[in-house]
Write a protein that binds this ligand. Structure first.
Ligand code: SAM
Length: 467
């Protein structure tokens, strides 16, 4: 039982760097084994506690055992690959094994509940909540990237790697290939303690969530833009960083929710500093109630509406949260808010995004919009891939666009106007963005001409919907 008593000590006092603490403990004969046990027990802590609680063995144990020790023993019995308590005969071991059948029954129920076959497939804090990479961008509104490295030695000391997958430990840094001034580091890196973070010269923002502002204005062609659903303001401040040098340059950041408006204001002030205050104007308003005619000089919009959030870790498997009805409701709201954005008289580009992985909120919203007569008559198309982060490989789901065209080439082109990011696999949250464009003076007539042009086989039902 020595292994378990040693591990119990460290599990009870789980503060600071666990690995360092265990390997520095001179009393341990096998620190590697103790660390693996404590680490894995912490990883499955919620599940272990659930099994212990449901089996009610604490009530019936013949010997008093601390919660930490019991968790370690249950871990080895059920959650380890060996499936046994690693000790010779001992009254504590016997007391737990007396309830082995009950524990095993609850363990099976747990796996059924999560629809998994093995322990590794169980959701854990580690695999649910943690981003595989901590992404941050240099806030170019506040500091020139050239000056950044000279000023902030913390970052220049990090070792560059070529792929974000190589960020296996602190001390490394990856410069993103797709978004300028965006970097990835190990999530355990103490970024929030750096001076750069405290000064607002770096902003923590998931990589995919940086796509909309980049797609909208990487050419710096839009001087006045609207972020229609702005709080807490990550995309707003990123969009501000793409504004050209122009005294009229502004992001109108619209937010409906009163509490969130406050957060948006604080975030915007922090991101801009005193001198650039005018770059963001916060409007506490329901975007769908704004009058597009009051914003006749707006040429670009970002619409990042409320969504199921299924791309955010830990939420995808929550079936209750994402049932069909809820998705349907969200999708119709997303179409409404997008239609409003597309009705701004001078708008030539609108980027739609969600942190959802569901086609209902993504490609199908795009399809609904492209099929809408009003949207068509306003001249809107889906941008082609070369305008929408062309270097990013994962695009929209082609098969979804069969709803618009039976031509696989057209489906591919439409999907090319969208980008997707898969949670974890692509280094961050699950995300979707699509870009709508129209040329100046595009209207109903142009739209109809396009329809005729695309309907080459004359069957009347092929409409390309892309620019
Ligand atoms: N774009 C934000 C960012 O990157 O920090 C996140 C936006 S969050 C997904 C959606 C936001 O839209 C919420 O703060 C919500 O209150 C707001 N919202 C929802 N409906 C709205 C509406 N009709 N008008 C304005 N804001 C709205």
């Amino acid at each position: 039982m020595k292994l378990y008593f040693d591990a119990e000590r460290h599990l009870k006092h789980n503060d600071g760097n666990l690995q360092k603490r265990i390997f520095d403990d001179k009393r341990l004969t096998n620190p590697k084994h103790v660390f693996a046990l404590v680490y894995s027990t912490i990883k499955y802590k919620d599940h272990i506690e659930h099994v212990i609680k449901k089996s009610r063995i604490q009530r019936d144990l013949k010997i008093k055992i601390s919660d930490a020790l019991l968790a370690l023993l249950v871990h080895d019995l059920l959650f380890s690959s060996r499936g046994r308590i690693e000790s010779g005969k001992h009254p504590i071991k016997d007391a737990v094994l007396a309830h082995k059948t009950r524990l095993q029954a609850e363990f099976i129920k747990l796996k059924l509940k999560h629809k998994v076959k093995s322990v590794e497939q169980l959701p854990t804090k580690e695999n649910d909540d943690e981003t595989p990479v901590r992404w941050f961008r240099i806030n170019t509104v506040k500091i020139d990237p050239e000056r950044f490295n000279q000023k902030h030695k913390f970052f220049s000391k990090l070792q560059p790697v070529n792929r974000f997958q190589e960020l296996t430990q602190p001390g490394l840094i990856y410069q993103d290939d797709h978004i300028p001034n965006l970097f990835g580091i190990h999530p355990k890196e103490k970024l929030s303690q750096t001076e750069a973070y405290k000064l607002g010269e770096v902003i923590i923002q998931d990589r995919a969530s940086c796509f909309p502002a980049h797609i909208l204005n990487h050419n710096k062609e839009h001087i006045k833009i609207i972020d229609a659903c702005a709080a807490p303001g990550n995309k707003t401040s990123h969009a501000a960083s793409y504004l050209p040098q122009d005294e009229n340059a502004v992001v109108y950041a619209v937010e409906r929710d009163e509490k969130r408006v406050k957060i948006l204001r604080t975030m915007s002030e922090r991101a801009l500093g005193k001198n650039k205050k005018k770059l963001i104007q916060v409007l506490h308003n329901d975007f769908t109630k704004t009058n597009p005619q009051d914003f006749a000089d707006i040429t670009g919009l970002i619409v990042d509406p409320s969504c199921s959030g299924s791309g955010i870790f830990g939420r995808a498997s929550d079936e209750e949260e994402n049932n069909d009805q809820r998705l349907e409701k969200l999708a119709s709201f997303q179409v409404v808010i997008m239609k409003h954005a597309l009705s701004f008289p001078s708008a030539s580009k609108v980027v739609y995004s969600t942190c959802s992985i569901h086609a209902e909120e993504n490609e199908r919203v795009v399809i609904d919009l492209l099929s809408d007569r009003q949207v068509q008559s306003q001249g809107w198309k889906l941008a082609t891939r070369d305008e929408v982060l062309p270097s990013w490989e994962r695009r929209g789901i082609e098969s979804e666009f069969v709803a618009l065209s039976r031509d696989p080439e057209i489906c591919k082109q439409l999907a090319g106007g969208c980008v997707r990011s898969n949670p974890k696999e692509d280094g961050g949250i699950g995300f979707f963005a699509a870009c709508f464009v129209r040329k100046k003076n595009d209207g109903a007539e142009d739209c109809e001409d396009e329809n005729e042009k695309d309907d080459e086989d004359g069957d009347g039902d092929e409409w390309s919907g892309f620019d």
